[in-house]
Structure formats: C-alpha cells, structure tokens
Design a binder for this molecule. Sequence first.
Ligand code: HXC
Length: 515
Amino acid sequence: MVEIKHDNILSLARMRDSAFKGGGLDRIEAQHQRGKLTARERIDLLLDEGSFEEIDILKVGRGDLGSTSFPGDGVITGHGKINGREVFVFSQDFTVMGGSLGEAHSQKICKVMDLASRVGSPLIGLNDSGGARIQEGVDALAAYGEIFHRNVHASGVVPQISCMMGPCAGGAVYSPSITDFVFMVERTSYMFVTGPNVVKTVIHKEISAEELGGASAHSEKSGVAHFVYPNDILCLRGVRQLINYLPSNNKQKAPFLDLNDPPERTDPTLDYLVPPNPNQSYDMNVLIYSILDGAEFLEVHSNFARNIICGFGRLGGQTIGLVANQPAVLAGVLDNNASFKAARFVRFCDAFNIPLICLVDVPGFMPGPEQEHGGIIRHGAKLLYAFTEATVPRITVIVRKAYGGAYLVMNSKHIHCDINYAWPTAEIAVLGPRGASEIVYRKEIDSAADPEAFLNEKMEQYRKHYVNPFVAAKRGYIDDVIFPRDTRHRLIRTLQFLESKIGPRPDRKHGNIPL
Ligand code: HXC
C-alpha cells in the first residue's frame, strides 16, 4: 500500500514537470526569440511573488477528435494576488498548438471564470492563441461559445481584463472584445477576425499583420485596445496598476489609497489656465494632473479619440473615473469616436461604483456629412444615455465652453448630475457668439452698411448677455461658480457628502442603449 502511494507521488512529480515544459524546450526558445515571454513567466510577473495557485494542471483533452495529450492542454489557469487582492487568471501557451482553444482548454478557462464570478474577484486573461483549434472542429466552436456566455454574464459583476500577447484570431479576439479592458503589446500582438491571408484571398488586398491588426491599428483606429505597452513586462505591470484602481466586484467600492496629498491643497496657477482668447486652446491635462491626488492619472484609450480624455485617478484617496474634453485636440469637439469612447468608460465606472467627474470644455458636436453619415446621432446618444443612466455620484465642472447639445450630454444638471460647478470662465449657451448672431440677425446683417462691424457688435452683445456661467447659476442650473484654484478641494468635499448616494433604478429587465 505504502509502495503505491510512493509511486503516485513520483508520477505526480513527473506529470507536473511535463506540464511545466508546455510544447517543449524548442518552442519555448522560439517564443523567447520572438520577444515574448512564456505563459508561466507572464503569470509570475503579473501576480504577487509566490501567490499563484494553479488549477487543472493535469487536465488533458479527451484524446479523440484531434485533442492534445499535452498536460494542461495549452492553457495555465488558477488564482493569485495583485497587491494582496485575489484575482483569477488564465494564460494561453502558444507553444502548445499555437495556444489554440479546444474543449479541455475551454473547460479550464470556464472553471476559473465561474470561480471568479462566484467569489467576486477580477478575471485576467493572457491571450496568445490562434483561436478555435482546427483539429477539434465544432467542439472548439462550442467551447468558445461557453466562454462568450460567461464573459457576458460576468460583465458588470467582476472586472474582466484581456491582455493580447501574441497573434490572436477568431474567438481569441471576440472573447477579449466583450471584456472591460484590452491591453496589447507593440509588434508582438495582433488581433483580427480573419488574418492577412484570408484578406488576400477574399478581397485581393495585401496587408501586413501589423497594419491589419497590430497595437497601433487597434489603439488609434478601431478603439479595440485601451492600453498599449512596448513589451510583455510593462504590459503586465500596467494590468497591476489598473487593478489597483478597481473594486474586486460590483458589490464593493474601490480600495481607498492615501497618497498623502492634502485635500485642501489649492493651485493658484489654475486661475490662469483658460486663455483670454476663447479660440485659443490649452491642455486639459494641466487641470487633471493638478487636481488629482499625487498627480497620478491612468489614462484609458490615450491614443484613440484624443479630443476626449478618460481615465482613473484618486481624489482624497477615493478612485474616480474622469471624463474631460480636450480643447488641445480638435478643439475638444464631440465626434463619433469620442462619444463611443466616453460612453463605454462611463458605463464601466457606473457598473463598478466608481464616481464620475466630468470636466467640460466642448464647442459642440462635430458637424458635417462624414460624422452625420458615420452615425453621430447614434454615437452621441450613447454618451447621453450612459451619463443619464449612471447612478454613481456624478460631478461636473464647466471650465470653458459648454454649448448646445454637447452641454447637455456632458453630464449636465438637466440629465441629473448630482452637483455641477462652473469656473468664472465658463461659456454656457445654445450656440457660440458667431453662429448665434448670424442666425438671429441674418436679415439685418445682409442689409447693414458694414455687415462685419454689425456682426461684431451683435456678437459682443451676445457674449455679454449669454456667454457666461452667471445666467445658468441664477437659474440654479449651476450649483456654484467656483475659483479655479479651489477645484480639487471642492471636488473632494462634494465626493465626501455624495458617498452615501443611493441612485434610483427603474424596475425593468434592462434599458436599450442605442448600441
Ligand atoms: C490548431 C493551430 C491553430 C489553430 C495555430 N496553430 N493556430 N493549431 N488550430 N487555430 C498551430 C500551428 O499549426 C503551429 O503548429 C503553431 O500553432 C504555431 O503556429 P504558426 O502558424 O507556426 O505561428 P505564426 O506564424 O506565429 O502564426 C500564428 C497565427 C497562425 C497567426 C495564429 O497560426 C494562424 O493564422 N492560425 C489560424 C488562425 C485562425 O484562422 N483560427 C481559427 C479562427 S476561427 P506547429 O506544430 O507547426 O508548431 C475561430 C472561431 C471562433 O476562432 C468563433 C468566433 C466568433
């Protein structure tokens, strides 16, 4: 009896050892040659040292329909800690059949997804996969369906983060695209539904993998990737940084972190941030970095729709989600991409109890056929919908321009933002002075002796009467006009009293956001 037990201990050691070798030393070497880490090396870097507990290391495919006999079936799964907080993780092993996904591989991922949802911890997927395992046929497709199902049902329950760390195709991109945040690594990760070869066959176009689905394509053009890093190590560090801002699940608040930055700190230079000329731009980042604790800000989608800034920071130790127009890019106008980008960010924050701060300097929606035909009505409506349905604490500061529909959409009082402030430099009106005067005085301008002088006079009158924050403040649409220098302090005090906010939720299955 004792003998048998001893044999099993030896067998276990052998099986584990074999699992550790993945697809073999040659393929591990090839992975390193490509500038990529192995699936296990990645887990070690992602998690707190020594905290990883593996699950299903011995699981193999059924042995029929082309499934593998590699222990672990090409994916490493388990849980560990990031800065002391539990997360669940899967890491695909490209050295085993290109990290392709078959039945056993999928079952392993599904098991950690189920556990993550059940215990309320984030799920992090390290993707390096050629998609559905061709040899497993329809079983591989079924296996992806099980993952998609879980991605959707875990959405808004636990944060889901996807790192793209190799060439990923088919199901290996659709699952990540359902998750909350997609990270990519420059020059080693690609995402496409169909690769360059299929593109060539079907539409006779030659295109490189990098051009079609590299990190820059997805972080600058498609908006699929939220974060891009130059290598695996920095990418994994980036995930740790993001996790630090987030609660573990939708029932919790984000962890409090005191960065020793006094809440009452003022910044007199902010009084001079907005230039006297309303057509002159400035960098909204100056305000963002000035008000946040320790000047720490994690920008999301930093290369996409740069006319709006979204990201996480802290105010008085509390995580906040920040949405700000960027007057230094396209004058901060709202266009299709900016609306989509901000809407998705707002919904994430609302799902995970992260208060929203909105800094406004927006001249309006981008006019023209390109935007209209591209769906600015649909996309703008997404942002309007997202802010309006959000029940987390919502605070707005109107820094300069807030015109027309864009004023309303950017978390205005009228869509039930909790508290909104304006700087004395705010311009709140239906249209800018030129547009408004040209419409209202069209006939008079045409018949004036000096049309330009007449227009200028009317614009000046309009500016004086309408383009300021005081009209809105007198109506109570603005809760206070504040000194720019005091912005940080006012925001922190407001967040404190809003902490116990209970937002009303209508009794319905779900709303129908204009997707
Ligand atoms: C089985 C696969 C595989 C797959 C790669 N391999 N993809 N095995 N099923 N889907 C294997 C290769 O045969 C090879 O095995 C090893 O992985 C490495 O692949 P290479 O081609 O040598 O590597 P590379 O040149 O880097 O190219 C990687 C790649 C390419 C871009 C991922 O392999 C590729 O295009 N694969 C197919 C992608 C695809 O069309 N997948 C199906 C998507 S459909 P050896 O033994 O030689 O090392 C899908 C449906 C889901 O996923 C539903 C979606 C909604």
